[in-house]
Design a protein around this ligand. Sequence first.
Ligand SMILES: Cc1cc2nc3c(=O)[nH]c(=O)nc-3n(C[C@H](O)[C@H](O)[C@H](O)COP(=O)(O)OP(=O)(O)OC[C@H]3O[C@@H](n4cnc5c(N)ncnc54)[C@H](O)[C@@H]3O)c2cc1C
Length: 402
Amino acid sequence: MASQRLQIAVAGAGIGGLAAAAGLAQAGHRVVLFDRFKTPAPLGAGLVIQPVGQAVLSRLGAFEAAVGGANRIWRLLGHSAEAGRRVLDVTYDAPGAPRFGMALHRSVLFDSLLVCAQEAGAVLMPGHEVASAMYGWVEMRDGRREGPFDLIVDACGAGSPLSALRARPLGYGALWGTVRWPEDTDLERGELRQVYRHASRMIGVLPLGRQGAVTTTPRRDDSKTAAIFWSLRNDEYARWSEAGVAAWQDEASALWPGFAPFADQITAPEQMVMARYSHGTLRQPHGRGIVHIGDAAHRASPQLGQGANMALLDAWALVCALRDAAGDMDHAIRLLSAARRRHVAAYQWISRVLTPLYQSDSPALPKLRDRVLFPISQIPAAQELLTRLVCGDLLPPLRHLE
Ligand SMILES: Cc1cc2nc3c(=O)[nH]c(=O)nc-3n(C[C@H](O)[C@H](O)[C@H](O)COP(=O)(O)OP(=O)(O)OC[C@H]3O[C@@H](n4cnc5c(N)ncnc54)[C@H](O)[C@@H]3O)c2cc1C
């Protein structure tokens, strides 16, 4: 039971919001979770939860359910489409060893966290689109007001109306789709595979586990699936859609024949959803009585696969900060800031530097990537650093808060 039982509003029932709601309710606080969706449903593609995010899921009691619906990946492997040679190769540990990437549908993660939050007593209020927050009150788009709360947690993700963050849109985004794992593929289920043409095209296959219970598109065989992605300049999307799926499949197969059994399952452009990326970090991810977590506080392209992990870490840091501050809200916010500032800054900076190597119009950067950075990355000390970068613990993610 919390030393002081606080009334807490969490705006946004995505990854960070659900994790915060679960942890805060488990700590004994009264938590109300507002989301604009009408019925609980996750949006978006599959993703990878790295070891640091898995540790948060364990603490919340969500790990077993999540890993049960996930696929374990041990290696990130990228090839150049032109030369056919390896240009990215990062391993976690050997298969069977402790560290791995948990590749799963958002719906599986969503379900696992939602169960934890609700079992702990958090109350979910769907159909509540938050418009603003002031003096402990939350105002909805339709004028309803809820409160007062001792603390408001902004977990509304990218585009949060509560956050002052104005992120810089990136030129490239990606089309994402979900398909069955084909029988006629020789790709390994333990590897995230990517193929690049310069930096202007990235094709990927992320092997996933099952589709979750809340999915809106249930499939016949949904135990082994894959997320596929195809990078695209934002201004190319209309042309891609008009050209039709067959033209895309031809182009994709020419660049990477191994992609064909995945791409062939797409029959209409609408099965591929365009995700646009942006980059930015809130200087001060808190205000009077409000904290911003996850994408509401920092946004990056998913190149490093850290956004969901960052949201989970922010949520857990908040739970620990409130526990350690014993009711002193200003102190709790200072603890939270101190715990996360350096980790967030480091990952945001690295993401900003690395993204153009994989998604940009630059002719020079992919050469630097393939001819200089890749050979360096194969030196054992560099391999160890890259593994830690991907795992999420290049720097201590929570510093003294655990
Ligand atoms: C294509 C793609 C692939 C990615 N792959 C990875 C990956 O492999 N690994 C990784 O770690 N990260 C990945 N990410 C990033 C990751 O998805 C995000 O960083 C993460 O979801 C952020 O969590 P969040 O809780 O801040 O926001 P979200 O998970 O986006 O949740 C926000 C919630 O707030 C709700 N909401 C929004 N506005 C309002 C409002 N006004 N009122 C009420 N509710 C509102 C939304 O309905 C939603 O439920 C990927 C992102 C994309 C786009």
